[in-house]
Design a binder for this molecule. Structure first.
Ligand SMILES: *Cc1c(COP(=O)(O)O)cnc(C)c1O
Length: 405
């Protein structure tokens, strides 16, 4: 077989469908984020689609902790957690995480993806006869973990309590059940009814597994996520999060009972057979979490920025999904125009917003996913709105009727 010929043909097909991904090659500037240099683009750009939602990736506390840890311990962990890779910094971070979520314990993984894949895969495969009830819009990492477990899987309609209840009721009463869902869904920015899902879980004797990846650091008085904000952390069996988004570093974790964490620690291949995160990463993440536990100002300014961008989009009539969260999906509804707008924003305006097309979102709902942060300034917002206004006209895209004043 001509392997490269096959690869080329598949890539061409992807390109023709408009689904081929081009990467912007960025170099972020410490102390000046969201400014960055785009090495394969127009040079200086402003990033408007980062998941470093609060700019913690450049916070002095985080950088100082990382520098100090490198000076103290060196570069890598030097092994898997089992074989010489469990450092003092990992243990301190797990304590910080358990405390953040009001749980007995926490367990670190190399990423949020791995934490979902490994934890769901292990729980669903090792609990005898387990059935997983999975929200239809769950993240790929949860889907892969459930698939890998080979457990029975029932998909319920996104955020639909009646459908979840019907599916729970249809299962044998004695069968172990695990409800897997997210708090903030990252493409539409909508939020799950956690309390009601926990009520159903109680009624049907199910465990709950909540992905708070897009909420940790951002919601709740100490940045514990939506479950913290709603006073529900003790009702969720497993809270999963990332250290790579609002916390600005990298890594993933679960927080749960001591026995559950010990169980996953002892049986999850994706935890056992991989080198532990560098201690400097653990120290940086711990510093970020500690800072956001006591400082609400980043969250406050973040909320204000999001509200400001929404209001400005309304003023010029650009359609965006009104959601109760911090993600602003501006709807284009056409893959070619969506990519054109994104390309032109970058090339002519120095504004970087990645287009979100199928298969990440359904066809016809192509969008620009804007993530304002506390480190964007008024001038950044002005430039964004002016550029979008221009491009909307140029692409002859529909506008919303102006909001009644
Ligand atoms: C990004 C993401 C993950 C994976 O987290 P990483 O730390 O980036 O691997 C998991 N779940 C959801 C919902 C995500 O958006």
């Amino acid at each position: 077989m001509n392997f490269d010929g096959f690869f080329a043909q598949e890539l061409t097909r992807l390109q023709e469908e408009g689904n081929y991904r081009d990467f912007a090659e960025l170099e972020r500037h410490r102390g000046a984020f969201p400014a960055a240099t785009c090495h394969n683009g127009p040079g200086e750009v402003t990033i408007w689609c980062s998941n470093d939602y609060l700019g913690m990736g450049q916070h002095p506390d985080v950088l100082n902790a990382m520098h100090a840890a490198i000076d103290r311990t060196g570069a890598g962990a030097g092994g898997t957690r089992n074989i010489s890779g469990t450092t003092h910094d990992h243990v301190l971070l797990e304590r910080e995480l358990a405390d953040l979520h009001g749980k007995e314990a926490a367990l670190l993984f190399t990423s949020g993806y791995v934490s979902n894949w490994a934890a769901l895969g292990t729980l669903a495969s090792r609990i005898p006869d387990c059935v997983v009830l999975s929200d239809a819009l769950n993240h790929a990492s949860m889907i892969e973990g459930i698939r890998h477990s080979r457990a029975q899987k029932v998909i319920w309609k996104h955020n639909d309590l009646a459908d979840l209840e019907a599916k729970l009721a249809a299962l044998p009463a004695g069968q172990p059940k695990l409800i897997a869902f997210e708090s903030v869904y990252s493409m539409d920015g909508d939020i799950a009814p956690i309390r009601e899902i926990c009520d159903l879980a109680d009624r049907y004797g199910a465990m709950t597994y909540l992905d708070e990846v897009h909420a940790v650091g951002l919601y709740g008085p100490r940045g514990g996520g939506i479950a913290e904000r709603e006073g529900l952390m003790d009702r969720v069996t497993v809270i999963e999060g990332t250290l790579g988004k609002a916390f600005g570093v990298v890594g993933g974790y679960i927080a749960a009972s001591e026995k559950l964490c010990d169980f996953v620690r002892s049986f999850a291949s994706g935890f056992i057979f991989t080198t532990a995160l560098p201690p400097s990463v653990a120290a940086g993440a711990a510093a970020s979490i500690r800072h956001l536990k006591v400082s609400a100002s980043e969250r406050q300014i973040h909320r204000e920025r999001v509200a400001q961008v929404r209001a400005r989009l309304d003023e010029i009539g650009l359609p965006h999904i009104d959601n109760p969260g911090h993600i602003i999906p501006v709807m284009v509804g056409d893959p070619v125009k969506c990519k054109f707008i994104s390309d032109t924003l970058l090339r002519e305006h120095g504004i970087y917003i990645q287009p979100i097309n199928y298969p990440t979102v359904p066809k016809g709902t192509e969008r620009l996913r804007i993530t304002p942060s506390p480190v964007h300034c008024d001038a950044d917002v002005d430039r964004l709105i002016d550029a979008l206004e221009d491009l909307w006209t140029q692409c002859q895209l529909a506008r919303r009727p102006m909001a009644a004043q």
